[in-house]
Design a protein around this ligand. Structure first.
Ligand SMILES: Cc1ncc(COP(=O)(O)O)c(C=O)c1O
Length: 387
């Protein structure tokens, strides 16, 4: 429980925000691997930085407070965070995953955890009644992304959590696209929240990192043990950068979302655009559920152009918006999911879940919306195939 009623304040003052020894208003970067012991077994709270580091600890306390969990853990990437969470499972177990989760999550399950006989099923978390029919005896956990990447599909987290808990399954939510400023999955019934903090939490495309928050002491002990045993921890400097990024999350997100809402309306009205996927649009199929569980639709938009537009030309013609992997930084980025973020998903599965080769994904930044829209409009114009 946060002592702050408002997330905006917790972002700045939550966790351990003042250095106890000096009063410094920023937690120092404890760039040390080890700590002097005063005698055998006489530690001053720290023994080795894989096990614990004060800068990382400040970040871990902060994310735990923001997500409303019992404990937080920082890792060297979002994938390292997911790896630690999946390490809770045993051979013979199965995980259900939302269709169109991040390609790397799919790859981790299909190409790494399969070596350990941990299976997965792509499940229809969007439709709870169908979802329940996909549960088999070996299922132990579900991984939800809402919005899911890249079709922005919305899952009713409360409802899937309610079904899953009846079967004793762990409910894991990847909250990367929303952040705790827009959505708090633990309050909706999830057991574990995972982040690629590389994205909005860091916010400046300058650090790769992952975070985990759990809602029970038992899970906290298990993840702490896995974190220390497998060792994919976040370094002190990167922990500092993340704390710094998180302080401005509210103002950045407000601007990201303001811009994204304008961009989604612009795309929806454009004659070249065939389809827009954005849960902040009232016409979007996920709008109502998203409204119930999140503050707004976030700032990720996917769309498709009509057939008479050449998407390679579209990407090449953008000048302000950069073609790049990743999302959630202050700068606008665009990507082509089928050859970039979701290339590790086989083509037949991509097709089945609706990730077409024409799909374009936008991470709307915080630049002037006029400049962003002018750049997109110009690239669309250039992409039109002349008859
Ligand atoms: C939703 C989501 N989860 C997890 C990841 C993996 O995070 P990282 O790249 O920090 O390892 C990503 C990366 O793009 C992502 O978009």
């Amino acid at each position: 429980m946060s002592k702050f009623t408002n997330t905006e304040t917790a972002l700045i003052h939550g966790g351990i925000s003042i250095d106890e020894r000096t009063g410094a208003v920023n937690i120092p970067i404890y760039q040390t691997s080890t700590y002097k012991q005063d005698g055998l077994g006489k530690m001053r709270g720290y023994e080795y930085s894989r096990t614990g580091n004060p800068t990382r600890e400040a970040l871990e306390a902060l994310i735990a407070e923001l997500e409303g969990g019992v404990a937080g853990f920082a890792f060297g990437s979002g994938m390292a965070a997911l790896t630690a969470v999946l390490s809770l499972l045993h051979s013979g177990d199965r995980v259900l995953i939302s269709s169109n989760v991040y390609g790397g999550t799919f790859r981790l399950l299909s190409k790494v955890f399969d070596h350990f006989d941990i299976a997965y099923t792509i499940a229809d978390t969007e439709h709870p009644d169908v979802y329940e029919t996909q549960i088999t005896d070996d299922v132990k956990a579900v991984i939800i992304e809402s919005p899911a990447n890249p079709l922005m599909t919305i899952t009713d987290i409360r409802e899937i959590a309610e079904i899953s808990h009846r079967y004793g399954h762990l409910v894991i939510v990847d909250n990367t696209f929303m952040t705790p400023y827009l959505q708090k999955p633990l309050e909706l019934g999830a057991d574990i929240v995972v982040h690629s903090a590389t994205k909005y939490l860091g916010g400046h495309s300058d650090v790769v990192s992952g975070l985990v928050v759990v809602n029970t002491k038992e899970l906290a002990e298990q993840i702490a043990f896995i974190q220390n045993s497998t060792g994919g921890v976040l370094g002190p400097f990167d922990s500092f950068l993340l704390i710094r990024g998180i302080k401005t999350l509210a103002v950045r997100m407000d601007r990201h979302v303001y811009n994204a809402e304008k961009a989604a309306e612009f795309l929806l009205a454009h004659k070249a655009v065939k389809k827009v996927y954005y849960p902040g649009l009232e016409s979007d199929k996920g709008f109502a559920v998203n409204r119930r569980q999140a503050k707004n639709g976030g700032a990720m938009i996917s769309f498709e152009l009509h057939e008479n537009y050449d998407i390679e030309k579209f990407f090449e013609s953008l000048e302000l918006v950069s073609l790049a992997e990743s999302l959630g930084g202050v700068e606008s980025l665009v990507c082509h999911p089928s050859t970039m973020t979701h290339a590790s998903i086989p083509a037949d599965i991509r097709k089945k879940v609706g990730i077409t080769d024409g799909l374009i994904r936008l991470s709307i930044g915080i630049e002037s919306i006029e400049d962003i829209l002018a750049d997109i409009a110009h690239a669309i114009e250039k992409a039109e195939v002349q008859k």
